[in-house]
Design a protein around this ligand. Structure first.
Ligand SMILES: Nc1ncnc2c1ncn2[C@@H]1O[C@H](COP(=O)(O)OP(=O)(O)OP(=O)(O)O)[C@@H](O)[C@H]1O
Ligand SMILES: [Mg+2]
Length: 226
């Protein structure tokens, strides 16, 4: 399959009482396997909404989203959970690590939930992933014993745990200073290329977006460039 994501005539409308907000209006786009795509646009333009729809965290008002050829708008809850678990991973602006768990336990957790590999192999893989992101000396640190950049590296390692096809990152460097942000995005993009994954990242920062192979721009819920 050449395109990991295909989006056709996608609309997302939020209804707040009488107020209708069209967060996304007739989005048509595809994302190729192996691509590093940056989504940019002003605040409120629909970036997070689009990322969350691709990530099956929300459902569209109308239109179609295909992931790896599968129409996700036709899947039931159980099928969506399965698809998310084995195909997709998220990286958030504020890391979203479990605060009382060490780095290695945080990275192990998605593997534990997926229930496919044994404890010993899970820990070995978690250790390996933390090494890839340069945190082999921090594996027993808890999130509050790590810097912001280190926490985001744990989150990157965690995102890779179940070997997803597609990684979705919503302003992954938004809470970091520029130098750290660039360091983190370099690590992330290197892994994406080496492991032949696909990355979609939302960013406000054109320096960060310059690491992408393509940039899409949203304005008031519509795509303005492809
Ligand atoms: N749950 C919701 N209910 C109602 N309106 C919403 C909801 N979520 C988002 N919106 C509206 O949809 C539009 C798009 O929001 P979205 O979060 O996708 O923007 P964004 O581009 O990610 O902005 P930012 O750069 O500030 O994160 C905004 O006008 C927002 O107010
Ligand atoms: Mg957003």
């Amino acid at each position: 399959m050449e395109n990991i994501v295909e989006i056709r005539n996608l609309y997302k409308k939020y209804q707040l009482g009488d107020l209708e907000i069209f967060a996304l209006k007739n989005i048509n786009m595809s994302i190729k396997n192996g691509e590093i795509l940056a989504i940019m646009g002003p605040s409120g333009s629909g970036k997070t909404t689009l990322l969350n729809l691709i990530g099956c965290l929300d459902t569209p008002t109308s239109g179609k989203i295909y992931i790896n050829g599968e129409d996700i708008t036709e899947l039931n809850k159980k099928e969506l959970v399965k698809l998310r678990r084995f195909y997709l991973a998220h990286i958030f602006q504020f890391y979203n690590l479990i605060p009382f768990m060490t780095a290695i336990d945080n990275v192990e957790l998605p593997m534990l939930i997926a229930g496919k590999i044994k404890k010993h192999d899970r820990l070995k893989r978690a250790e390996y992933l933390l090494k890839i992101v340069g945190l082999n000396k921090r594996i027993y640190h808890k999130p509050d014993e790590l810097s912001g950049g280190e926490q985001q590296r744990v989150a990157i390692a965690r995102a890779l745990a179940n070997d997803p096809l597609l990684i979705l990152a919503d302003e992954p460097t938004g809470d970091l200073d520029e130098d750290t942000g660039i360091k983190i995005i370099k690590i992330l993009c290197d892994i994406i290329k080496k492991e032949r994954k696909t990355l979609v990242m939302v960013t406000h920062d054109s320096m960060i977006a310059s690491f992408a192979s393509r940039i899409l721009k949203l304005k008031s819920g519509s795509l303005i460039e492809d």
